[in-house]
Design a protein around this ligand. Sequence first.
Ligand SMILES: [Zn+2]
Ligand SMILES: [Zn+2]
Length: 352
Amino acid sequence: MRAAVIEELNKPLVVQNVPDPECPPDGAVLRVGANGICRTDWHLWTDDWAWRGLAIKPPFVLGHEFSGTVEAVGRDVKGWKEGDRVIFPMNPGEGTCEWCRSGNQHVCDSGALLVPGVSYWGAFAEYVAVRYADVNLVRLPDSISFVDSASLACRYMAAFHGIVDQAAVRGGEWVVVHGVGGMGLSAVQIATAVGAKVIAVDVSEKALAAARDVGALHTIDSRTDDPVEAVRTLTHGGAQVSIDALGITETCRNSVLSLRKLGRHVQLGHTTRKEAGYVPLPIDVILLNELRLYGIFGMQGQRFGTMLAMCEAGTLEPGRVVHQQIGLEEITGVLQAMGTYDTTGVVVINRF
Ligand SMILES: [Zn+2]
Ligand SMILES: [Zn+2]
C-alpha cells in the first residue's frame, strides 16, 4: 500500500510503498476514506512531546483521525464485516478494565498502547489496522461522507464531549473559545448549535473569519485586544463557559480569567514542550468564584449516537470545519504550516 512515512523526525514525509497492515484477531483492517491532520501529528513529528514520554521512532506512519471502510476483520470480531462504513475514535479501549466496564473506555488503562498513528502505524496510508473492533468501531451513517466525518474521530468529538457532556452547555449561555484551529472551530460550531452565544479568540484573522462563518457572534483578535477584558465587557462580567482549545499558557490562563462566578473552564488543548504540562493558574480566583475545571480526552464510542444524529439532522455540520482536502504528498507542507499556526480549520487527506 501507499503510505506517507516519517523516515526522520522534522523532515519531509516520504510517500512510498510499504507492506499492508496485518489484521489483529480482535481488530480490523480499514481502507482509509479520509484522515484529518491533527495538532497531535505535529507534536509527534517535531518530537515536541518527548517530555511526556510520547515519542515516535522512525520509520513511522502518523494518522489517528480517520473514517473508512472495513476491509477485513479478525477471527474474534462479531459485530463487523467487510464493507461496513466506520469511524474509529482515537482513544480506544480494550473492554475489560474498570474504566471500560463503567462505560468510559476513552480513558482505558491500556488505551495508550492502542492508538493507531501514535502507538503504532496509523492512517496516513491506504489501509490501517485497528484493535478491539467490537469495543471501539462506530457505524458511520451513509448520509455522512468520509471527508465530513474524519474529524469526528478526534477533534470534533473532543469538542462535542467537552461542550455537551462535561460542561453541559445550555441555551443562552456565553461560551468563549480561545484558539480557533480545527478543534476550536469545531467547538464554536457545536456550542452555537446547542444554543450558546459564542465568542472566538485567536491571533489569525482567517481563523476568526472561519469562526464567524460557523456561528461566532463576536470575535476578538488577541494581538490587538486583551481577550479577558473584551470578554468581560461583551458578557457583562464573564462567560459561563470558557474553552482552551490550544493548550498554551496564555490561552489556558485567559480562559480561566474569562469566566464569571461559578463558570466552567474546559481544557481541550494539550500543552506543548514549553509548558511541559504545567500552566500557572489564578488559584484564588478559582476558589473565590467557585470555578470548575473540566479535562477532556476524546469521547466514548457509545456517545457517538447523539452526535451523529445531530449531524444527520443538519444541526451539526462537521464538513464546514474542513477547509482543505489534500493527497499524501501534501502532508509535510501542512505540518510545517501548523508550526506557525498558518492553517485554517481542519485539513483532511482524502487522496492516497
Ligand atoms: Zn487528534
Ligand atoms: Zn479498558
